[in-house]
Design a protein around this ligand. Structure first.
Ligand SMILES: Cc1ncc(COP(=O)(O)OP(=O)(O)O)c(N)n1
Ligand SMILES: Cc1nc(C(=O)O)sc1CCOP(=O)(O)O
Ligand SMILES: [Mg+2]
Length: 529
């Protein structure tokens, strides 16, 4: 039994039933079960449907819809809500009224709306008056909207038939509402042989437009992909995944279903997308477009300054297992730990004085003497000037640091990541290692809202077997075995060493955990699927 069987958060789907079992409520409940949440349903319409078409919609009455929502609220409070087909303006108003009351009474419950208006078969699923009510009543209550390009045109009232037009239409919809937008790419092809989803999230200076690109999967069995995607995102939000992480994992879940689904035998028309468990292979996850890369030009997000600094494929370290990796703020610590036989170290000076260069030079000299893998945090230019082994950069540094210069100088590069989205983004640079944090709460810096835990760490590590991975954040001697069991080859620590009663003992004990032959070096620890 998976851990999820013990505590499944509740997720509602307010959507239509597909009598053919491929989309709507049926796809939503399969997805929710697969991803470890308990799905509840409020049915808006009993569609008569098979793999060939939609002969009837059969919207339920307001009382029938209301009675389902009231019954659920009385006993099964949701951790997230997915909304799909709303068959008419009356249903939109009813659901909007219900959500308004719910949102004012309860703490924030994420709402994901998949604006189902037209089935993949071309059948119109909503009455004409529905669109206006959606725009004024429902969108202001949503946290994420997941239209395909046809539905985006419906919401924006403009064409969405090229990368630029999709970006423009998405901004138009977002201009009027605070909801994030994930435009799914099944209906257009910007780069031949690929599909691309556009994720517009955040606001003001935190606003971001990210293209999630994947190889096109050649299958007719794609019925229910929109429902599956939106209910996967709602499930992941209920499980505590941040929005961007939920979107990339849900994208991978759908792509795994398209790739592995086996529904040729179901009906005479296009069969349903598969529901094939947690995505565990990197090939199913999207590539996140980097604004400085060449292909960004076709997607309308090319940035000249970013391109001048962009580089990928950094020198690899001599081993993908970097072992115990203390992160310290003085040269004295570098010397002491080198003498204990530690080989991977980081100099992290957060309050530099005038002697910063001298400190780095001294650390580099110790590194040479002891054959250290010595990384310099933040100060990449001085690291180059002093001939350091490597540099460690955070996500925000990737926009400003001259990665080309770091690469050309032959320095190794480590990049911090916090969750699936950042991991996939940083992977585009193919750095020398990827750090994943914060695994646990830490007193060293404020990482609230970015805690991963060992289960998520194991899921991320499983995507990159054999790639140099470092876990960081709140790792103590007691927690180290659970971290090592996820398959990462390195554990980075600050206080577990610098505040240990006896640092020599701490080094020896931590090394024995991460270097232990019992830590399976070939395979990452099993992740539940
Ligand atoms: C090994 C390792 N992983 C992560 C970090 C954090 O780096 P960053 O995000 O740049 O934050 P600061 O360390 O600069 O506060 C790290 N230093 N080392
Ligand atoms: C410097 C740092 N970076 C983190 C990240 O998640 O990126 S967590 C962290 C602090 C690690 O300190 P300690 O071992 O004392 O918890
Ligand atoms: Mg940094």
């Amino acid at each position: 039994m998976s851990g999820a069987e013990h505590h499944r958060p509740i997720v509602w789907t307010i959507a239509g039933s597909d009598s053919g079992g491929g989309a709507g409520i049926q796809a939503d409940l399969l997805t929710m079960h697969d991803l470890g949440v308990h799905g509840c349903s409020a049915i808006t319409a009993n569609t008569a449907q098979n793999t060939l078409g939609v002969p009837a919609i059969n919207a339920v009455s307001g009382e029938v819809l209301q009675s389902q929502l009231d019954a659920l609220l009385a006993d099964l409070k949701p951790a997230a809500i997915k909304i799909g087909l709303l068959a008419n303006a009356g249903q939109v108003r009813l659901v909007a009224d219900f959500l308004r009351k719910l949102k004012s009474a309860a703490e924030a419950i994420p709402v994901v709306y998949d604006p189902v208006a037209v089935a993949t078969s071309g059948a119109q699923l909503t009455e004409d008056s529905t669109g206006a009510a959606v725009l004024t009543e429902l969108l202001p209550l949503c946290d994420l909207i997941t239209p395909n390009s046809i539905e985006l045109e419906w919401l924006a009232g403009t064409d969405a038939d090229s990368a630029e037009a999709i970006l423009k239409a998405a901004h138009q919809v977002r201009g009027n509402h605070s909801a994030a937008l994930l435009v799914t790419g099944g209906h257009f092809e910007i780069e031949p042989g690929t599909t691309a989803d556009l994720l517009c999230a955040g606001s003001d200076e935190n606003a971001s437009n990210d293209w999630l690109i994947g190889k096109k999967i050649d299958t007719p069995n794609a019925h229910g992909t929109g429902c599956t995607l939106s209910s996967a995102i709602a499930s992941l939000l209920a499980l505590g995944y941040p929005l961007k992480d939920a979107c990339v994992v849900a994208n991978a879940y759908v792509r795994r279903g398209l790739r592995q689904g086996d529904s040729d035998h179901i009906g005479a028309g296009p069969g349903p997308v598969g529901h094939c468990g947690w995505p565990v292979e990197l090939q199913d996850f999207p590539e996140i477009l980097v604004a400085g890369s060449e292909r960004a030009e076709s997607f309308g997000v090319f940035d000249k300054t970013a391109a001048a600094n962009f580089a990928a494929e950094f020198a690899q370290p001599d081993s993908h297992r970097l072992g115990l990796y203390p992160v310290v703020e003085t040269v004295e610590w570098i010397e002491k730990l080198a003498q204990e036989g530690v080989r991977t170290l980081q100099l992290r000076i957060k309050h530099p004085g005038r002697d910063l260069k001298e400190q780095i030079e001294r650390a580099v000299a110790i590194g040479r003497r002891h054959d250290l893998r010595l990384f310099i945090n933040d100060h990449w230019q001085l690291a180059i000037d002093c001939g350091a082994y490597g540099v460690h950069l955070g996500q925000e540094d990737l926009q400003s640091a001259d990665l080309k210069a770091i690469q050309q100088a032959g320095l190794k590069l480590g990049i911090s990541t916090h969750g699936f989205f950042e991991l996939l983004y940083a992977y585009q640079f193919r750095p020398s290692y990827l750090a994943i944090g914060a695994i646990y709460a830490t007193s060293t810096k404020d990482m609230s809202g970015q805690l991963q835990g060992p289960e998520k760490l194991a899921r991320m590590a499983a995507l990159l077997p054999g790639y140099p991975l470092v876990a960081i954040g709140g790792i103590s001697l007691e927690r180290a075995p659970a971290v090592a069991a996820t398959g990462v080859g390195s554990i980075a620590v600050v206080t577990a060493i610098t505040r240990a009663p006896d640092y020599r003992t701490a080094v020896a004990q931590l090394r024995s955990v991460i270097d232990s032959p019992e830590t399976d070096r070939e395979k990452p620890s099993r992740v539940e699927s």
